[in-house]
Design a binder for this molecule. Sequence first.
Ligand code: NAD
Ligand code: MG
Length: 358
Amino acid sequence: MKRVALLGATGSIGRQAVEIVARSPELELCALMSGSGPLDALAAAHGVEHVQVGGSAAGLLEASEPDIVLNAIVGFAGVEATLWALERGVILALANKESLVAAGELALAAHRRGGGLLLPVDSEHSAIFQCLEGREPETVAELVLTASGGPFRGRSRAELEHVTVADALDHPTWAMGRKITVDSATLANKGLELIEAHWLFGIPYERLAVVVHPTSIVHSLVRFRDGALLAHLGQPDMRVPISFALTYPDRAAVPVAPLDLAAGLDLRFEAPDDDAFPLLRLARAAGERGGTFPCAYNAANEVAVAAFLEGRIGFLEIAETVAAALEQVDGAPARDLDDLVAADAAARRAAERRLVPA
Ligand code: NAD
Ligand code: MG
């Protein structure tokens, strides 16, 4: 029996994870955490003793002694749990990409010390992880992340000027939490995923590519040095990568409808539009600069997305806010978690200043 601490239990990933754990005789929930939503009913239904709403994750994790931490918290708030699991060598099933983007080298160092498994839940990274299993690093030429393109794919920058919050939340292929849905509309999500892939797989940015694939059937690809591309195909259903991470390496059954290949799959790919969706190249630039620039990118994006969802700024101003904040921070590397929290806070202040012009 493996004990799962589920952080972000009330969210989109969290609810699907509850379903996966409930189906598996080898998994049990040992801890539940949310940011604000109540957990009493869920805890009672699954006999979970360790429950916490808000506050610090470390105490809950110490007390509940998990074998697996599924980090499905949204945003930088997930960084403490990510570092906790990596440092101790507890299996980390990571949905909370923001923590790996922000913590970067600190997370990698903790992972090296802890020596545990770091299993991506993000569908693209789960796909790449599976395509890379058993391959020699020198055979890998390039990782190719697929992006659905979000609800605004094909629109020009001018056409994005007046889009609404409701338009941005209307994702064509995935049903997800609000923050990541807006990130998918701006392509910041793919930007975060580019940095996430860099840290997960140790591949330099020049060998990380992004391609738009509107039907979200190919979850990502790996190009090898002999020209062969290995791809991971499936329904766009997060229960698959959640289950893969929680039951690794057993790959438990998941009740998804098989893809009907004979019905004809739409496997179109196209280049992302950097002009309409500048947050993708801003992420790449932040990743290449290193230090705490990725942390600042993430922090400013969180502030800007929240402001957009509150109706304080328009859609195009999300990217403008992030770009402005990145120009104001020093990006100095973080030596420890305190440095990282300070870098996150500085970027948030820079973004807030941009939102409220003097
Ligand atoms: P969501 O908004 O639906 O849920 C977020 C969860 O985090 C909620 O349970 C919320 O209570 C909790 N939370 C928020 N602040 C917290 C805090 N300070 N402390 C503890 N818990 C807190 O988000 P989601 O769509 O489930 O996404 C969760 C994470 O997974 C994000 O990092 C997202 O990028 C990633 N992810 C999601 C999907 C998806 O399909 N939803 C796919 C890939 C990756
Ligand atoms: Mg993803």
